[in-house]
Ligand binder design. Structure first.
Ligand code: LLP
Length: 421
């Protein structure tokens, strides 16, 4: 459920008409709903209320400071994967003891930043990283709390570019090797083993891969305890999928996911961490765009928008589908026709949808891409020197620009021409 609905023929974000935002901020623009974000975060809290837990919002899904502040104020922890994301979480007021640092390629500078600023745990992904962190923490007279990310070798049954839990993926340590690596971690100075971490992929629409992975995790925890390690925390990763189409194939709900966790590891007495991103923010955001031109091609018509692949990369990158709806509610029985919805970027890949049934449109009309809150603005670029897409947050009948559109002058000012040219 989200808070983007038609009211009196106008598509609204909560109680704000999207046409008002377009008039005041311009398009393209991302629009997020505070009520949806709050509701989705609450569903994960509820799903884990049977145990001590921390819901660590995956910052990569949408890293705007206002979103992080909202999450942090609701009690969320943060899952970060770079020094930049760590700095964002801190700037949004989230204390270090609620920040988990994931990622396969943490640099020494990034790890130092987290050790100095405070960190709940590093999710370590390789033996090389383990040694580097040990040396660094030891040299700083610090102790780094760690979990080791284990790769359970299960098929997450999702898009190949976002599956992470198969042995051929670059992530984690093979589960068969985990006991050996934990033994090494226990020997090394500057480290304190606190838990086990796993993340098998993103946009999972079936709970079975989780069941398989978490069963392997439970076995590992028992074995590690037998080896003498103290395991008090389990990081179950993120990845629970969202409905991108309004049909009856909705993915499992957070409450069902919470039950899978409980069944698999509930008897181990550990604090549970999860790292949802998309499920919290995906359906809490839309991308609002204007029609620039209608173009009749040979045998097909094109709807050319002012949003492009640089603003919403997912269709070009993963063949992802985002429902596209007119902001003026079509009248019942209005005639529709098939259109290819495209952006202005000079690549054929800049196509959002082919053969979409839409009512008659005119230049200046507004459309909304649904389910665009996650990995939308966060993956946007300025390709074709198109200014980075702005973001707006709505709450009730008020809205605020939470990232302004840069001017062309600001974009140009970032480049420097050396004096010898
Ligand atoms: N934890 C870790 C270690 C991750 O790598 C990810 C996502 C998450 C948590 C959050 O997963 P989520 O709950 O959002 O599914 N750009 C792609 C998605 C990439 C996901 C990368 N890792 C897309 O647009 O579909």
């Amino acid at each position: 459920m989200d808070h983007f609905n038609y009211q009196n023929g106008h598509l609204c974000a909560e109680d704000v008409r999207l046409s008002r935002i377009a008039a005041e901020v311009g398009t393209p623009v991302y629009v997020y709903s505070t009520a949806t974000l709050t509701r989705h975060f609450g569903l994960f809290q509820q799903a884990l209320e049977w145990t001590p837990h921390l819901v660590c919002y995956a910052v990569k899904a949408n890293s705007n400071l206002a979103i992080l502040k909202l999450m942090g104020d609701l009690g969320a922890g943060m899952d970060v994967v770079s020094g930049g994301e760590y700095a964002r979480a801190k700037a949004a007021g989230v204390p270090g003891e609620r920040i988990v640092f994931s990622g396969v390629g943490k640099t020494i500078a990034e790890m130092r930043m987290a050790l100095e600023g405070g960190i709940r745990q590093f999710n370590v992904e390789s033996e090389a990283e383990l040694q580097a962190l040990s040396q660094l923490a030891d040299s700083m007279g610090a102790v780094a709390p760690i979990a080791i990310r284990v790769n359970p070798d299960v098929d997450a049954k999702t898009h190949e570019k976002i599956a992470t839990g198969k042995s051929e993926n670059k992530f984690g340590i093979p589960i068969a090797k985990a006991r050996e690596v934990y033994a090494e971690a226990a020997r090394l100075p500057g480290l304190q083993v606190v838990g086990v971490d796993m993340h098998i992929g993103s946009q999972l629409t079936d709970l079975d891969p989780y069941r398989q992975a978490y069963a392997k995790m439970a076995d590992l925890v028992r074995a590690l305890r037998g080896d003498g390690h103290t395991i008090t925390r389990l990081d179950m990763g993120g990845g629970l999928g969202i409905p991108y189409r309004r049909d009856n194939n909705a993915p499992p709900l957070p409450i069902e996911y919470g039950q899978v966790i409980r069944d698999a590891v509930g008897d181990l007495g550990c604090e549970i961490e999860i790292e949802p991103g998309r499920n919290i923010v995906g359906n809490a955001g839309i991308l609002l765009a204007s029609v620039i031109y209608l173009k009749e091609g040979e045998g097909r018509d094109f709807l050319i928008l002012d949003a492009a692949m640089n603003d919403l990369l997912r269709p070009a990158m993963y063949g992802a589908h985002h429902d596209i709806v007119p902001v003026n509610e079509p009248t019942l029985g209005a005639e529709v026709s098939a259109m290819d919805v495209v952006g202005p970027v000079c690549e054929t890949g800049d196509t959002f949808q082919k053969g979409t049934q839409l009512p008659a449109m005119m230049a200046g009309d507004l459309v909304a891409f649904r389910s665009a809150g996650a990995y939308g603005a966060a993956m946007a670029s300025e390709y074709n020197t198109r200014p980075l897409v702005p973001e707006v947050l709505v709450s009730g009948d008020q809205f605020a620009v939470i990232r302004a559109r840069p001017s062309i002058e600001e974009i140009l000012a970032r480049d420097t021409i050396p004096e010898w040219l």
